[in-house]
Design a protein around this ligand. Sequence first.
Ligand code: SF4
Length: 369
Amino acid sequence: MDIKIERMLVQKEAKDYPMASRIRERGGGIPVVFEHSEMGSEREWKETLPEVGKQTLELISFKGEFLKPCPGTKEYICCGYQILNIGTNCPLDCSYCILQAYFIENYMRIFVNLEAKLNVIAHIIDTQEENIFRIGTGEFTDSLALDPLTGWSEVLVSFISKRKNAVLEFKTKTDQIRGLLNTPTREGIIISWSLNSPSIAAREERGAPSLRKRLEAARQCQQEGFVVGLHFDPLIEHPSWRKEYVKTLELLDKYLDPRRIIWVSLGSFRFMPSLKPIVRKRHPRTCIFDGEFVIGLDGKMRYFKPIRMEMYGFMREKLEQWYKDLGLYLCMESDEVWKKSMGWSPGTSKGLSEYLDKRVLQFFGAPGD
Ligand code: SF4
């Protein structure tokens, strides 16, 4: 997978952090076109560079909180995940990407002061020994797409492996696993792949490696001792979707050992209404809006309930035919949808958290083991 970064913007406050130096060094010939101050910076450099996009990488010192609970939504059952903010946007260009609506600009940002804030994050985790922290970096960016430049894996694997009550999930659509494979421990580390049907992957996940390449990377990670997770999110209703998703499930069987999969999530395509015009403009040939949608309790558009249940039920049946104990769960669904498509329900967000914490204990052992 080639990362095409044509220019780097470096905030003055960010330039002295080790990660900034590392990125500039690893980026080799990527020109640093502007070093701007924090205040008024965006207006300043936009006047100079009106055409910034995914080929532009900005290094900044992030002033917000690095570790935050996933906002979820009180109307649906959520998983109690913690988000580790490492940057925003990514070099891939999926048509359905929610980030297109979250951020006005699609240039990428890296929070290079992450290492300097690890002590704050450590304090939060270590002072709540009774809780298991399931943490992910893949909420506002792909966890590994920029890893060859940033070295996130080097920094975070050693940090997490020292914590007794935390696991870190690197969620990706790429095959950028070199950095992870070079780390000395597998303790508390989960590498997860976002998967879809072959036709959706080819048509809607621009810039992402093929499913085979992703699964080859996943296989290599399993062979090297890592625990792997899978995410079928967003499931998209498209022509012959059953046959199409079965093709992906057949690939899973070919490449992966199901006993080393900690969890598989299922989520149907959902979007804020404001995303639609952006996608129509940026991806005019997309098929993602072809289904029938209804507005959900959280204000997002989603497929009609019977369609969602049919998709989840189908995926569940096929996945369980492959292996019974995959840690299947639904992302942001109601108790009713859980029961009707999965045959059981965790009942509440707390129930789902406990279910996933149990998976963590099953794969990594209890704190102090
Ligand atoms: S990989 Fe994730 S973050 Fe990147 S464009 Fe696709 S959906 Fe968005």
